[in-house]
Design a protein around this ligand. Structure first.
Ligand code: HXC
Length: 517
């Protein structure tokens, strides 16, 4: 028998690759486009630097012969995997291909995903999953379920080692939701990205509730109410562009420091000297404060639409990548409730895992009082934030702009939770509680027995304010390192970050702590 000529072999390879590039075929690609969605390969090209994608496992097929699957084998199966560059830095990526059996997860798909996850961990680079999937491949049964378990195990191993990002670009039902939930950040495309454990049909059958796919698992549910997702954007291209932006703030892995841009001006901001209202109960926008202090337009908020009483996000100050945590007095007076505690605790832990210094802006009247909050477990969730700050060993700098009352003073990066540099503006107030509440408790008897109780109360409140509602008592004990003019804040933070750049702090070795989950 004559051997096949080399030219024919090369031609055959080209044909195979062309077929592989079409995933589930042109008809299904057209149907994907008709739903307003791009294909897996198109998405990868939006995400990565031009022509940087190298595909792996494009010739893998599933091995199942059940339920007619023997006639539905597609090169690459239902996921496109590989590596490439974002802003010149290595990333690993997998994009589920809805044109192949609805992007469902077969054993082969899970093996492909696990391969790039292993490469990401071994080579210290972020892993990004573009999710568009009907969940477990129903025809494969346990092989599919065990495939999910293999991925979840790798998500946990990779956690805190390399950044993990999920982008929800279509449905994610059942098992398809839990790998994203184990990653660091979830992006959703508005209108098409959906996540739920069980869909509307099952819910109707079990609880008789009627709900649409979008109401149940769309971006509003997850970025505003459940907090499952961190970001949502209107279009696929914008969403993928935002993933690229996020990665600029984060190092490639836990052994690296974030990138530093040295060419940044150090200037002061006079606006800050007038920003705190005379009336202590009047709100102001903490975003104005932050934006005056950080490098221009460098705030990248995380969880922007969830628990708006606290702001968290990445930013740069003097070119140094930092994590910002700040109360927002415009929402719930900046108090700490369950959702704010969880939001901030998770962010603090991410920053600590990836060597990103924390800058905390404080104006907090306390934990939010109320029966509902107690029922929801504010004690347990508030403890998460204490735990997160106390175990964080990255540089921790705090700026007290106004109130720091009670337990919320302690939790917000205070000196005795190993705060490195704690600064206060002259408007800072550190006390166990607000003056009126304090006077009502400690002078209850004398006020009730006084003939002019209102006058006495007013006098006692002003005495209490005079004594405690300032930063100087704390400064006299070294709990505040310095009281500064607000306009100097940016300069002081830049100097503090430089001073702390080689900070090393270690706690006793242990397997892991037991954070109050
Ligand atoms: C195999 C699937 C599939 C699946 C979809 N398809 N989901 N094939 N396994 N899980 C196939 C369809 O048969 C169809 O094939 C193609 O993908 C496109 O699906 P459509 O239904 O036509 O698309 P659409 O109308 O857009 O609806 C998308 C969908 C729906 C909402 C995702 O397909 C759906 O509800 N799928 C089932 C979701 C689900 O219940 N999954 C199992 C979850 S349980 P053709 O050949 O027509 O193109 C689970 C357990 C794991 O995941 C738990 C681990 C912790």
């Amino acid at each position: 028998m004559n051997p096949q000529p080399t030219e024919d072999k090369n031609k055959k390879l080209i044909e195979i690759k062309e077929t592989a590039n079409l995933g589930g075929g042109q008809k299904r690609i057209d149907s994907q486009h008709a739903k307003g969605k791009f294909t897996a390969r198109e998405r990868i090209s939006f995400l990565l630097d031009e022509n940087s994608f190298e595909e792996t496992d494009s010739l893998v097929t599933h091995r199942s012969n059940e339920f007619g699957l023997e006639d539905q084998k597609f090169f690459g199966d239902a996921v496109v995997t590989g590596y490439g560059l974002i802003n010149g830095r290595l990333v690993f990526v997998y994009a589920q291909d809805f044109t192949v059996l609805g992007g469902s997860l077969s054993e082969a798909v899970s093996e492909k995903i696990c391969k790039v996850m292993d490469l990401a961990v071994q080579n210290g680079a972020p892993i990004i999953g573009l999710i568009d999937s009907g969940g477990a491949r129903i025809q494969e049964g346990i092989d599919s379920l065990s495939g999910y378990a293999k991925i979840f195990q790798r998500n946990v191993i990779a956690s805190g080692v390399v950044p993990q990002i999920s982008v929800m670009m279509g449905p994610a039902a059942g098992g398809a939701t839990y790998s994203p939930a184990l990653t660091d950040f979830i992006f959703m495309v508005e209108g098409t990205g959906q996540m739920y454990i069980t869909g509307p049909d099952v819910i109707r059958a079990v609880t008789s509730e009627e709900i649409s796919h979008e109401e149940l698992g769309g971006f509003q549910m997850h970025t505003q109410l459940s907090g499952v997702a961190h970001f949502s954007f209107e279009k696929e291209e914008i969403t993928l562009q935002k993933v690229r932006e996020l990665l600029e703030y984060i190092p490639q892995n836990n052994m690296e420091e974030p990138q530093v841009d040295e060419n940044v001006e150090i200037q002061s901001s006079e606006i800050l000297n007038q920003i705190i209202p005379d009336n202590p109960n009047e709100p102001y926008d903490m975003l104005t404060v932050i934006n005056e202090i950080i490098d221009e337009e460098s705030l990248f908020q995380v969880h922007e639409d969830f628990a708006k009483n606290i702001i968290v996000g990445f930013s740069r100050i003097g070119g140094q990548s930092v994590g910002i945590v700040a109360q927002q007095p415009e929402h719930l007076a900046g108090s700490l409730d369950v959702n704010a505690s969880i939001k901030a605790a998770r962010f603090v832990r991410f920053c600590d895992a990836f060597n990103i210094p924390l800058i905390t802006f404080i104006d907090v009247p306390g934990f939010l009082p109320g029966v509902e909050q107690e029922k929801l477990g504010i004690i347990r969730h508030g403890a998460k934030l204490i735990f997160a700050y106390a175990e964080a060993t990255v540089p921790k700098i705090s700026i007290l702009t106004r109130k720091a009352y009670g337990g919320s003073y302690i939790v917000m990066s205070s000196k005795n939770l190993n705060g490195d540099i704690n600064l206060s503006w002259p408007t800072g107030e550190i006390a166990v509680m607000g003056a009126e509440g304090a006077v009502n408790i400690i002078h209850k008897k004398s006020i009730s027995e006084s003939e002019s109780s209102e006058d006495l109360k007013t006098q006692l409140i002003s005495e209490y304010e005079e004594k405690f509602m300032n930063p100087y008592v704390a400064a006299s004990r070294g709990l505040i390192d310095d009281v500064i003019t607000p306009s100097e804040t940016r300069v002081k933070i830049i100097k503090s970050l430089k001073m702390l750049q080689n900070k090393r702090q270690n706690f006793p070795p242990k397997k892991h702590g037991s954070i109050p989950l």
